[in-house]
Design a protein around this ligand. Sequence first.
Ligand code: FES
Ligand code: MG
Length: 602
Amino acid sequence: MGSGSQPSAGARRLRSQLWFDNPDNPGMTALYLERYLNFGLTRAELQSGKPIIGIAQTGSDLSPCNRHHLDLAKRVREGINAAGGVAFEFPVHPIQETGKRPTASLDRNLAYLGLVELLYGYPLDGVVLTTGCDKTTPACIMAAATVNIPAIVLSGGPMLNGWWKGERTGSGTIVWKARERHAAGEIDYAEFMDIVSSSAPSVGHCNTMGTASTMNGLAEALGMSLPGCAAIPAPYRERGQIAYETGLRAVEMVWEDLKPSDILTREAFENAIVVNSAIGGSTNAPIHINAIARHIGIDLTNDDWEKIGYDIPLIVNLQPAGKYLGEEFHRAGGIPAVVNELMKHGKIRENAVTANGKPIGENCRGREREGEDVILSYDTPMVDKAGFLHLRGNLFDSAIMKTSVISDDFRKRYLSNPKDPNAFEGRAIVFEGPEDYHHRIDDASLNIDETCLLFVRGTGPIGYPGGAEVVNMQPPAALIKKGILALPCIGDGRQSGTSGSPSILNAAPEAALNGGLAILQTGDRVRIDLNKRTADILISSDEYEKRRADLVAKGGFPFPDHQTPWQEIQRSMVAQFDEGMVLKPAVKYQRVAQTKGVARDN
Ligand code: FES
Ligand code: MG
């Protein structure tokens, strides 16, 4: 790679020249130009046909997971300049997974909308998407897909490994574990806080295979970043180096006119699904990947996730499913080594083109994994069949379950009845959101025992709003003390990618749309059959219809008032999780840089 493919200036008229070098409209050109000179750019730089490359900056004090992009952007800029481009850095609406109420997921589509306007309405020929924290990655790629100018992902990389008393403490995952110990009375509140803080020892995003590592890994598997980009820990020197190379490459992509629509093909999405199983990726991935697919115009469904992904083994030994963290994953070879291992078994669409202009097969062939224990061989995996099951029934039309995190104990308790293997029935305990769960989980009158299934509803894209990460619910303290660490959990919300619970989640339609979950009652018998992929309330269809009619007569399933304009706007147009939680009216705007021309003069 280098500036070899940089043609002489003026070889092809670029989009940005419609702003900065338009002889047909000198008045407007002057007006467009003058304000961009005032921070020291020269007319020559802006008028000689150099590609203008945006740096979509997602880092800020509000989004610490991505904050070091403020520094990395300097290296991106140097790369852009070295390749003959001009860099324009600008902010993206910040998204902080753990800091934003009611949920960061509410803001993914807001950041998407904002970035679409910026990429379309300003003189940008290409863009470097700085990604990291969970929703920043899909928000940026969705916007690049809609606008379809050359775009390349620069991941921020995970934090260094966390350690506590000689043991790895991984982002998020340690919270679930420390909570169990706190609930069991083994540690006090101060030690609980210290343990959790130890998991965040440096800049960077979550160091577990949570949603951040998943989505950056899948961005690479989709071909949207340079090979090896996703796994480099944030503070490592290679992170600055790949930032430079990413800037360099962004300019070349403009001259090659290599656009998201060339990269985000059906084959690329199939690769992402396969890689997601192999890395033990987050249950948030189908939501975001389906959203990206919808914005680029590829038909991708949760059935595809099961069909393409379910049989793929888990070969990455990272928390929450395994033992290690981001630093070891990088040293073991990261995504290229995973892809190489999958390629040996014919599981990768090798011809899918990537951001460096080469097919993924060529990028990854021979990138052997280092060691045996962090990235395992395909033939001796951590877990067979590590993908998602796609369930449906009278409870919902679509929900997914990550089976790779089912513990031996859970399997023995719920899935090993010889007369009814892979199926279980139980008594439903229904909670109206996380607050209700916290209030009542230890209420003795609920009589919660190991035959119960915990439900939470009102937690979907409309109900919460935004879709809360709350489906993984701890059993009552009394059961935990007896050694029962997990009950089956089901809900219309999401679950943190750092959680190791085998929940059934992302249920659609959600309760707020009067879906089956809305008519469920505490005490109902519910049957889950993983062989048949079904989830049903065991009541007659007459009773089912009567309950629904009663609910509708009462005005439908209630949800809290809108608190902000955006909550109301998004609720009025958001799709369900299985359709990527996209803004429905946005999907018809595809490749707008090509299909809609350029916007009218300012
Ligand atoms: Fe931002 Fe996990 S909270 S990456
Ligand atoms: Mg999350």
